[in-house]
Design a protein around this ligand. Structure first.
Ligand code: GDG
Length: 491
């Protein structure tokens, strides 16, 4: 079996799998199924001259990590990754900060990670790089002579080409992406936007084979919607019975769980909730909005702004509508333990997910997986979350339109059991079929094929390339996954 080398900005400790964040959850689930290791930042800051790589093994899983320096953290992580790429890819050019020095530090950290990773790579390894922090990783690894298949998966959405072209280094970004064998994205709409970007930035050309030529390279772009492991959220029959018996509350809980991020549409959610209470007074005292919003990237200005805005909105709605024995919004700015998520989802009548733009949104899928099929809650989902391409049976809403949010809430609260059950059955079927296992297996299989195509195009004279291709073809045969996984791949 080929080893899978996962590379991402942040590596979590397998012992402490509580930490929030969609990317780490997706990688964690994959490595629980497949042999390999996980390389990246350990979350620590260390300004000493040459800090050592740390290797940790927990339950058969290996992580290899290194710290960042303070400058790396400020310029590579908070700077270029989270104040340029994150806002631009989410089409928030108004929040992008193009500061001198960010880009060079961003490349330098990628170059250093590649230098430390390259000696650990074995000939049969398959390298899978994750997310916007590490766009230049393949280019840096190739410079060091690594010929293994290298794939990239972008967890965030791809904004319109016009937004991406506003990045001062957009040509370098296109070149960096062209060094991958396969670029995996969450939705068909992301695939269209990226092709558009390649065409407009560096005259990328779609080929009859379905691949795309970008500068000197030919690569595959595909849509691989990330999934969850539904077993993590399932309830046994006894547990379910106990929960039903314990359910006495007359108040319907509406649950929101989102990192406190300006892309998640939280002010819009709070404002529409206030408007709902105003327009439908009969619902006062009958519903409560519990919004968990764990802190994230707090030293970026835009994040501090959204925190203040939410506190003020929650305060004014509670002040205006609250009673001695009823608080309309529970706003909790903390991380809840992962073990408690299931019960919170299960006991909520509505899952309210309203991002302005989101790569996928795993919370939507987790909410569905936790519901009691005999009496399920309703998912309200922004049509601008990647998950909406798959979860069309949710109540789809436009988060920019407060009236539509109010309307969606009313529909969900008044939906009869028969309709709730029918919608939930459809949604659960999709969540199960496109789970995290299907995601990683379909991506892995497509990456092996894309790696073979690149090596097959290499000049015949290169004996190293020839050997690499032979090795890859034999590994691909051994790793061939069942064909149902390949059906997700669109190249
Ligand atoms: C990125 C993309 C894409 C949240 N709060 C707590 C907590 N969480 C967990 C949720 C879920 C995960 O974090 C959040 O995942 P999302 O998908 O909703 O969002 P991002 O973190 O923005 O993830 C996103 C994802 O990557 C995967 O590709 O879907 O679009 O932006 O699993 O349950 N977990 C715990 N406590 C919390 O307070 N334990």
């Amino acid at each position: 079996m080929a080893r899978l080398v996962m590379v991402s900005n942040r590596v979590i400790d397998f012992n402490v799998a509580q930490q929030a964040g969609g990317v780490t959850v997706a990688i964690y689930n994959t490595l629980a199924q497949q042999n390999g290791f996980w390389f990246g930042w350990d979350g620590q800051i260390d300004n000493s001259d040459s800090p050592e790589l740390k290797v940790a093994r927990v339950d058969g899983h290996t992580t290899v990590t290194e710290p960042l320096t303070t400058d790396d953290y400020n310029e590579y992580y908070l700077g270029y990754s989270n104040s340029v790429l994150w806002p631009v890819f989410h089409n928030r050019l108004d929040l992008a900060q193009f500061e001198a020095g960010y880009y060079s530090r961003y490349v330098a950290v990628n170059e250093r990670f590649a230098r430390h990773l390259a000696p650990l790579i074995e000939p049969d390894d398959v390298i899978w790089v994750h997310d916007y922090h590490l766009l230049p990783m393949a280019l840096e690894l190739r410079k060091l002579g690594i010929e293994n298949p290298i794939g990239y998966f972008l967890h965030i959405p791809v904004g319109p080409a016009q937004a991406l072209l506003a990045i001062p280094e957009y040509k370098e970004i296109a070149k960096a992406l062209s060094a991958y064998d396969l670029i995996g994205l969450q939705t068909q709409s992301d695939v269209r936007n990226l092709i558009d970007f390649f065409q407009q930035s560096v005259f990328g050309r779609l080929l009859p084979s379905g691949r795309i030529r970008v500068l000197e390279a030919e690569l595959d772009i595909g849509c691989f919607p990330v999934g969850i492991d539904p077993a993590d959220f399932a309830f046994g029959p006894d547990e379910a019975e106990e929960l039903r018996a314990a359910e006495t509350s007359e108040i319907n809980r509406i649950i929101g769980i989102d990192r406190l991020d300006y892309t998640k549409g939280l002010p819009q959610k709070f404002k529409s909730y206030g408007r709902f209470l105003e327009e439908y007074p009969e619902y006062r005292r009958r519903i409560v909005l519990s919004q968990f919003a764990p802190p994230t990237r707090e030293s970026v200005e835009a994040y501090a702004d959204i925190k203040a805005e939410l506190e003020s909105l929650a305060g004014s709605i509670n002040g205006r509508f609250g009673e001695l024995d009823w608080v309309p919004i529970n706003y909790i700015h903390r991380t809840i333990p992962r073990a408690e998520l299931r019960d919170v989802y299960r006991s909520s009548r509505i899952g309210w997910v309203t991002p302005l733009m989101d790569g996928m949104n795993l919370v939507a899928k987790e909410y569905i997986a936790c519901q009691d099929p005999a009496d399920p809650g309703v998912l309200i989902l922004s049509k601008f979350a990647g998950a909406a391409e798959q979860l069309a049976a949710a109540v789809l809403v436009n988060p920019y339109d407060l009236n539509d949010l109010v309307h969606g809430l009313r529909i969900a609260l008044e939906m009869p059991l028969e309709e709730r059950s029918a919608r939930h059955a459809q949604l659960l079927d999709i969540v199960r079929k496109s789970d995290s296992n299907a995601w990683s297996r379909s991506y892995f299989s497509a990456l092996m094929k894309a790696g073979q195509r690149r090596l097959a195009r290499a000049p015949k004279s290169s004996s190293e390339m020839g050997k690499a291709l032979e090795r890859l073809q034999s590994t691909a045969k051994k790793n061939n996954p069942p064909s149902r996984f390949a059906a997700n791949v669109v190249t």
